[in-house]
Structures are given as C-alpha cells and as structure tokens.
Design a binder for this molecule. Structure first.
Ligand SMILES: [Zn+2]
Length: 338
C-alpha cells in the first residue's frame, strides 16, 4: 500500500509502505474510511520538532475492522470503529480514572494517513458504532479521534459550567471545536480569539458570542474589558506557544481554570506569577477514549457536527498538498480520502 511519510521539513511523500499486519494478539487491522492531517503534524512538518529518520504520518482514524488478533474479544471484523491517537488497555488504574492517554500500557498509533492501519490494544482502544454509519457522518466521526475529543477535554479541563464565561485561545480546528464543546457544556458567553474571517464565522456557528482579534498585551486588555476587568471563568489554550499560554493565564479570573491542549513548544511558566494569580492549570494529551461513547452519540443524533472543521477534501495521494494548505493557513483542516 501507499501512505504518507515525512522525510524532513516540508517534505511529505506519498510512497510505498509495508501493509500493516497483526503483530500482537491484541492488535486489530482497520481499513480507513477517511484520514486527515492534524495541527500537531505541522510541528514536525515545519521542522520545529526535528525527526531523525523518515516517519509515517497520521494518528486520527476511523474505519472498518479487517482483521483482529487471537486475544481480541470485543471487536470483530466488519465493525465500524473509532479510536484515539494513543492506544490504551482501558483497564489500568489511570484508564479507570479516565486518563487513557496516561495508560500504563499506552502505545502511539502512527501511520494513519494510509489506507490501512494497525491499532494495538484493540479491545481497550476502539469504540464500535452500532451500525456502519452513512458516509455523510464519517467526517464528524473521524473528528472525534482527536480534534473534537481534544477540544472537549480543553473545555472539561477548564471547568466550563452552565452560564460561565469562556475564552478560547487559538482558532485552529481544536480551538474551534473547543468553542463547540463549551457551547454544549452550557457556557453563557464564549469569546473566541481569531483574526481570520472564515475561522471567525465557524466559531460563531459553533457558538462564539464575541470575537477578539487583538493579540499579546492588547488581546489580554481586550479580554479584561469584556469581563469587567476580572478575566474569564474558563480559558481554553489550544496553541502551545509561550505567547498563547501567557494570553490564557492572563485572561483567567482569580479562581478560574485553564485547560491547555496545545502541545507546548518552548513554553516556560513563572511559578511566582502563577502563585499570585490563583489560577488552575490542567492539560495534557486529551483522554479521547473517555469521551468517545458520548461524542459518538452526539454525532449520530445530529446534535453536533464537528466535521465542519474540514474545509479541504483531497484524495489521499495528494496528502502533500493537504499539508501545504494547512501550513499556509489556507485550510483549517484537511480530510483525505483513501
Ligand atoms: Zn490503561
């Protein structure tokens, strides 16, 4: 089969790769119904997170089970399944507490920008739908594999409650779905920080009540003006830079909470500053597996449509163009059809 492999900065190739096979008896092989490119794929793509050898790309997936290992009991051939970018057993103490991305046996799932994928720990990782879904909802189900689950975790970690005031830092797909999540959780006011018109429009569609285009000290000042000088109850940090973390921390009211899900790159925190601000910080790789059953239900009942973040659809063999479009911010998120 052919799949996406990153060779170096801005060098993604669609090339021959080994067909995935069962390695452990707990594995499953799935054929992907759709694949996509993650904002976090742009870190190695841009060379900010250097690679030492060619890397198969992609960690978001949903599709049909083709084969299962001899010890897999709950997942069967022919089912439509969705899983997270980290495989987990879903039984260890960390999984039982809802932190499957800190599973004691976690394994990365890589190489999903391809027609077929091996998923380890299939019983713990994969969630099947009752029936094979209609093609029209596949994009929204695929979004649950990472971006939607991550936006939901950002809102959950930021303690969004009914009526609360929320700020979302970052207008990538995760930030936009953080807006959608905060809306679902009943936030009364959702301030999205974005200076990009099409993203502002989608943020409003997802439930944003205010848009702030300023950044840096002006952005912080604008949030203060909008919140009676106090800051917001909940702030979702969906970028991962020093500037965005500073924006998040200084936009939060005393006693408020920050959910941070942007993978930090070069972020350092000032202990004394945090101490005197009285803010809560909770973040990390989103435990998508915890949320999958509920989010699948929300998609299949038509309550949410997170697939709206895919504004570019390409055949899988044009994956390199998909990366370019996201790198240049021409696309929010690229869906790839195998
Ligand atoms: Zn576990």
């Amino acid at each position: 089969m052919q799949g996406a492999v990153l060779h170096g900065p801005r060098d993604v190739r669609f090339e021959q790769r080994a067909m995935p096979a069962i390695v452990q008896p707990t594995d499953a092989i799935i054929s992907l119904s759709a694949a996509c490119i993650c904002g976090s794929d742009l870190w190695p793509y841009r060379g900010i997170q250097p690679i030492s050898q060619p890397v198969p790309m992609g960690h978001e997936y949903c599709g049909i089970v083709e084969e299962v290992g001899s010890e897999v009991t709950s997942i069967t051939r022919g089912q439509f399944v969705i899983g997270s970018f980290f495989a987990s057993d879903n039984t260890c103490p960390n999984c039982q507490r809802g932190y499957q991305t800190s599973c004691q046996h976690r394994q990365s799932v890589v190489g999903a920008q391809a027609p077929f994928l091996r998923v380890p720990l299939a019983d713990g990782t994969l969630v099947p739908t009752r029936d094979v879904p209609a093609d029209g909802v596949v994009a929204s189900l695929l979004a649950l594999s990472d971006v939607m689950g991550t936006g939901w975790f950002a809102a959950d970690a930021a303690n969004v409650t009914p009526g609360s005031t929320v700020v979302v830092v970052g207008d990538g797909a995760v930030g936009l779905l953080g807006v959608l999540s905060a809306k679902q959780m009943g936030a009364g006011r959702i301030i999205a920080m974005s200076r990009h018109e099409t993203r502002q429009a989608l943020a409003r569609e997802f439930g944003a009540t205010d848009i702030v285009t300023e950044r840096g000290d002006q952005g912080i000042e604008r949030i203060r003006q909008l919140t009676n000088g106090l800051g917001a109850d909940s702030v979702l940090e969906c970028v991962g830079t020093q500037e965005s973390m500073k924006q998040a921390i200084e936009s939060t009211r005393a006693g408020g909470s920050i959910g941070y899900v942007g993978v930090p790159h070069g972020v350092t925190l000032d202990g004394a500053d945090l101490f005197f601000r009285h803010v809560r910080l909770h973040g990390g790789p989103a435990p998508v597996r915890r949320y999958l059953p509920r989010l699948i239900d929300l998609v299949l009942t038509g309550t949410i449509n997170p697939g709206r973040v895919f504004d570019l659809v390409l055949p899988l063999d044009q994956v390199a163009e998909g990366y370019r479009a996201m790198d240049e911010r021409r696309a929010i998120k690229t869906l790839l059809r195998p």
